[in-house]
Design a protein around this ligand. Structure first.
Ligand SMILES: N[C@@H](CCC(=O)N[C@@H](CS)C(=O)NCC(=O)O)C(=O)O
Length: 197
């Protein structure tokens, strides 16, 4: 498989870098900025990450992780299994309850045109994040979201938990913080961080 990733590690492209490192796949990497000419040519929305696979561009970090997991049969349960349905439930929940509030806060901090930013919305988003983190902590047993097997849902959650720290969101609580710190010790995560240098 010929793989070329577009997007720097201080974006959701980090999730894909980490996944590629977990899988031990070779890939080319361009630290392309959102809406740069090279990204616009691949993805009309201008968003990163984009992964070009054998000449075909795939957008959206979750779609890319899902493709890589399905193609390699790693970090996922098989499509059509009940475990996969539960795994997908986690993936959607993380996007609904963590990624979306963090992204809305980012938009109102720097991404939207200044006249459309409403910084006061961030208190409400932080409260939502705390509620979601507390609910997840109540049921989380570990070591991974799906129990003994790490899946792409763990890449998404760990990334969001780190993003929350950078965005100065409330503490996610001891259980999720310990999980995040444990995930960040994975050799592939550390290699992914190194790819930023
Ligand atoms: N749901 C998409 C979101 C992609 C996204 O919004 N990426 C940001 C960088 S992390 C971006 O390119 N923003 C530029 C923009 O919204 O114009 C994903 O998970 O890949």
């Amino acid at each position: 498989m010929d793989l070329h990733l577009y997007g720097g590690p201080k974006s959701r492209a980090f999730r894909v870098i980490w996944m590629l490192e977990e899988l031990g796949l070779d890939y080319q990497h361009s630290l392309a900025a959102p809406r740069s000419d090279e990204v616009m040519a691949l993805n009309g929305s201008g968003k990163i990450p984009v992964l070009v696979v054998d000449g075909t561009a795939i957008s959206d970090s979750t779609a890319i992780l899902t493709f890589l997991a399905d193609r390699t049969g790693q970090l996922t349960f098989p499509a059509g299994s009940l475990d996969r349905a539960r795994q997908d439930g986690w993936t959607q929940l993380i996007n609904d309850e963590f990624d979306s509030v963090l992204w809305t806060a980012s938009r109102h901090s720097f991404a939207l045109p200044e006249e459309y930013r409403l910084p006061e919305v961030k208190d409400s988003l932080k409260w939502e994040f705390s509620q979601s983190a507390a609910r997840l902590s109540d049921t989380f047993e570990g070591p991974f979201l799906m129990g003994e097997a790490m899946t792409i849902a763990d890449i998404l959650l760990t990334h969001c938990l780190g993003w929350a720290v950078v965005a100065k969101f409330p503490d996610a609580g001891p259980k999720l913080t310990a999980y995040r710190d444990r995930m960040r010790k994975r050799p592939a995560y550390i290699r992914a961080l190194g790819s930023a240098m």
